[in-house]
Design a protein around this ligand. Structure first.
Ligand code: HEM
Length: 139
């Protein structure tokens, strides 16, 4: 029993070194069911988007759907693991332009609007994805 306070102290300091994970964005997006609807809505919008649909003609859409769900979940602080290729790898040689990128983001926003996601929440997800822009475009 003499060691109990020491053990507790060690445990507490170990906890203090791990900042609590902020999953508020994940929850605000409706957790996994909400993110799934957002990704599927975005893919449907892309399918109707003459600006970029050609780029997805020969793509395994089922895989893309699954990887996007994982990725959005991770970016939003949710309890997922991303198992897909890196952004640089998956977009290599595609020469994705700034306007392609903006078109996809518009399709995502339209999907989030449809899901009733509040604009500040939308902006938090967009900001996370915008950080990947350099790895996606013009490679
Ligand atoms: C923030 C923006 C974007 C994100 C987060 C993103 C994310 C992803 C992810 C997670 C994958 C799947 C990787 C895998 O299969 O392992 C992927 C693949 C792909 N992305 Fe993007 N993407 C973005 C922008 C774009 C844009 C603007 C285009 C073109 C208009 C595009 C075209 C593609 C294509 C064609 C694939 C399939 C590649 C293949 O299967 O060989 N992406 N993307």
């Amino acid at each position: 029993m003499r060691w109990l306070p020491v053990c507790l102290l060690l445990l507490l300091s170990a906890c203090a070194q791990q900042p609590p994970k902020d999953d508020s964005l994940y929850r605000d997006l409706g957790a996994l069911p909400g993110i799934t609807r957002i990704v599927e809505g975005m893919l449907l919008n892309i399918a109707r988007d003459a600006r970029i649909v050609e780029r997805f003609r020969r793509v395994d859409i089922q895989r893309l759907r699954n990887k996007l769900i994982e990725q959005f979940c991770v970016e939003a602080g949710g309890p997922c693991t991303y198992t897909g290729d890196s952004m640089a790898e998956s977009h290599k040689g595609q020469r994705v332009s700034r306007s392609d990128f903006n078109a996809l983001v518009e399709d995502l926003i339209a999907s989030m609007d449809k899901e009733g996601i509040a604009v500040p929440v939308q902006n938090r997800l967009i900001a996370r994805l915008a950080a990947m822009r350099g790895e996606v475009i013009e490679h």
